[in-house]
Design a protein around this ligand. Structure first.
Ligand SMILES: Cc1cc2nc3c(=O)[nH]c(=O)nc-3n(C[C@H](O)[C@H](O)[C@H](O)COP(=O)(O)O)c2cc1C
Length: 281
């Protein structure tokens, strides 16, 4: 019996993201138990950047549901993540969760290589912005093995499964969870599947998520992209180095340089006007 954890980032009940998660789980082909969590039902607080969680053995001090969610991910054999596009990106609760990556990365061995499929929903084709790239990169930062990812278009709750192509596509995603994952699609970064590129120089493109580089080359067959070194940011060794060595190193550096840095910071102490709504002041 496989345990599938469905993580839903829309507050709307029985809406597009939720029904897609249920359809994918049903199509997984595995004898399974589906547990669901709606991120907006959890108490997820904003990371306060204290770096406590980078000290071995010290958890994040925020009294919220982060470790409940982490335990649920750890227990699961596979994950299905869905989030709606709000204002051209994943809904804010996803970012609240993603911003806790420093604490979650300390548990990478609990999550590493767990299969997951990633579902985005958006109301208008072409208005989906960076939703899918954002969701996929969060999954990769957690160390999950992203087997498939797709953006579904449908504005009204339920509308997304009126379409037979969508039904077939989500079932395919369900089968991918414990089966064969998909390859990158045309235009996606071959390393991490982002469909967003930066162009730091006219002939270069760089994936802003994993660092994959590519060059535009012209040959007898015309102009084409040539891919360089794959981005290695999401590989285990680099992930471990960044979150368990480099960042803790910065904390030690800060402790040594605190006085020197306070000379700069203290110049900005003063009588500034910080505003708050009346009931909070
Ligand atoms: C606050 C808000 C912002 C939205 N912004 C976008 C957007 O930028 N682009 C888009 O295509 N759809 C946008 N939508 C539509 C939702 O993405 C769409 O209805 C989606 O299917 C919702 O998923 P759900 O049914 O799982 O809640 C927005 C909806 C809301 C409520």
């Amino acid at each position: 019996m496989k345990k599938i954890m469905g993580i839903i980032a829309s507050q709307r009940k029985l809406a597009n993201g939720e029904i897609l998660v249920k359809e994918a789980a049903a199509a997984s082909g595995a004898e399974h138990e589906l547990e669901l969590v709606r991120l907006t039902d959890l108490n997820l607080q904003t990371c306060r950047g204290c770096y406590t969680c980078l000290t071995p053995g010290k958890p994040c001090p925020l009294p919220d549901d982060l470790y409940f969610l982490a335990a649920k991910i750890k227990e699961a054999d596979g994950l299905i993540l869905s989030a709606p596009c709000y204002a051209l990106g994943p809904s804010a609760v996803v970012k609240l969760w993603a911003d806790r990556i420093l604490a979650l990365a300390q548990m990478a061995d609990d999550f590493w290589g767990k299969p997951c499929v990633v579902i985005g929903t958006a109301g208008i084709n072409g208005w989906e912005g960076y939703t899918l790239s954002g969701l996929v990169q969060l999954s990769r930062l957690l160390g999950l093995d992203v087997k498939d990812a797709h953006m579904f278009i449908g504005a009204l709750p339920g509308e997304v499964l009126e379409n037979q192509d969508h039904i077939e596509r989500i079932r395919q995603m369900g089968r991918a969870l414990f089966g064969q994952g998909r390859a990158e699609r045309q235009g996606e970064c071959p390393t991490c599947w982002s469909d967003i590129w930066k162009f730091p120089q006219p002939d270069r493109k760089v994936c802003p998520f994993c660092g994959q580089e590519a060059h535009l080359v012209s040959g007898p067959e015309g102009v084409r992209w040539e891919l360089d070194q794959p981005g290695r940011r999401f590989e285990y060794e680099n992930h471990q180095y960044h979150f368990r060595e480099w960042l803790p190193g910065k904390v030690s550096e800060y402790l040594k340089r605190r006085k020197e840095l306070s000379l700069i910071r203290n110049r900005y102490k003063g009588e500034y006007t910080w505003v708050l709504p009346e009931q909070k002041s």
